[in-house]
Design a binder for this molecule. Structure first.
Ligand code: SF4
Length: 378
């Protein structure tokens, strides 16, 4: 499993707290980035890429700003380093504006590189909301981009949406879900929907501090989440993780493996890696400048070895966010059978064969349920 982080965006979304850069005109930022990624690939031991599912996920930032030649060079670098690049799942995140601007040749270029899954951040089909978010596309561009993807032959598309904005009415949210399901060329195989949160370092945080935005009421967020769950359920989507819904057989392979604690390799600025065997987590220099200036990636990586307790806590936190939940025996060993009995009796956990999960109608309050579980760790 490999993740490649692309740290570029053309504009910054109001809610975003991630580090990314707007490429400078007249400076070869993409070239410097590609050279550094290739240097990192040459120095890293990529044998963990052979473990677990054969996936590559290119995320960001906005990967669709990158020239195809940069992606091609990086894939070639992976091949030279002994990685089999015939990935079972190869996802690239795209912005609708890039897809429309670059058109069909860009999509065909991605397919020719082996990409077989596209994740597109649409976020809303309301132009007022999109403008407020400072997204650089409108609803019509999102539909056009989706249609171009389908026409070019993309058979696995994930659409990202955002709810829980204080001025997003239930009616507008319902229409956004409806338009997602009636996109041309067939509804998306996968939908990810996130509640808006105020992130440290985001423009939204500054708006909150200046009194220009107040967070949506909890009951309105809960209502919009319930609306999403019930509409997607009735449309045959499987709600397999708190924020993720898939048509049968279309769960995200890469993310699912990540939630199950598999090893992964992260390349690019700020990317994290994890070796499940040694329990070592490592991370790259965060800024583009530091990353591209790194000569020795092995020396400069931050590192920590997780304790058994930390591994267990992460396992509980990640698996209880999924519909598959966790093995009863694992949870009973971690918190004791009495706590498990108590939580199943009060309905916060549900038995499902040999596993325990948070019932779907309590996913919205999963953070507090998971905190309860973690508080009871022995
Ligand atoms: S949300 Fe994505 S596209 Fe928007 S600024 Fe953040 S990284 Fe860039």
């Amino acid at each position: 499993m490999i993740y490649l982080h692309v740290p570029f965006c053309r504009t910054f979304c109001v809610y975003c707290g991630f580090y990314s850069e707007i490429p400078c005109a007249g400076r070869d930022d993409y070239g410097a980035y590609a050279k550094a990624v290739l240097r990192e690939i040459g120095q890293r031991n990529l044998s963990a890429a052979r473990l677990g599912p054969k996936t590559l996920y290119i995320g960001g930032g906005t990967p669709s700003v990158l020239p195809l030649s940069v992606l091609e060079d990086i894939l070639h670098g992976l091949e030279t380093a002994g990685v089999d690049t015939a990935f079972d799942e190869f996802t690239v995140e795209v912005n609708p504006d890039d897809v429309v601007r670059r058109g069909r040749p860009y999509i065909e270029g991605l397919l020719a590189l082996g990409v077989n899954r596209i994740s597109m951040g649409i976020q809303s089909f309301d132009d007022g909301i999109l403008k407020w978010m400072n997204r650089r596309h409108d609803a019509a561009a999102a539909v056009r981009a989706y249609s171009l993807l389908r026409e070019a032959g993309v058979r696995n598309i994930c659409v990202d949406l955002i709810f829980g904005i204080s001025h997003l009415s239930d009616g507008t949210w319902r229409r956004t879900i409806g338009r997602t399901l009636s996109l041309p060329g067939g509804r998306p195989e996968h939908i990810s929907a996130y509640q808006l949160s105020v992130e440290e370092g985001s423009a939204l945080m500054k708006m909150v501090e200046a009194g220009r935005y107040s967070e949506a009421a909890e009951d309105s967020c809960a209502r919009q989440y319930d609306m999403l769950c019930s509409i997607l359920r009735s449309e045959g989507y499987e709600h397999y993780e708190i924020s993720n819904f898939a048509l049968p057989g279309r769960r995200a392979v890469h993310n699912s493996a990540y939630w199950s604690g598999a090893s992964y390799i992260g390349l690019g600025p700020a990317a994290h890696s994890y070796d499940a065997g040694s329990k070592v987590r490592s991370w790259n220099p965060e800024s583009l400048e530091e990353y591209t200036g790194t000569e020795d990636f092995l020396q400069s990586a931050g590192k920590e070895r997780l304790t058994g307790g930390q591994v267990l806590m992460e396992k509980i936190m990640l698996s209880l966010r999924t519909s598959d939940g966790i093995l009863c025996s694992d949870l009973e060993e971690a918190v004791g059978p009495d706590t498990v009995d108590e939580m199943t009796a009060n309905g916060n956990l549900q038995r499902q064969g040999s596993r325990l999960r948070i019932p779907e109608d309590r996913f919205f309050v999963s953070d507090s349920i998971i905190s309860d579980v973690v508080r009871n760790l022995k």
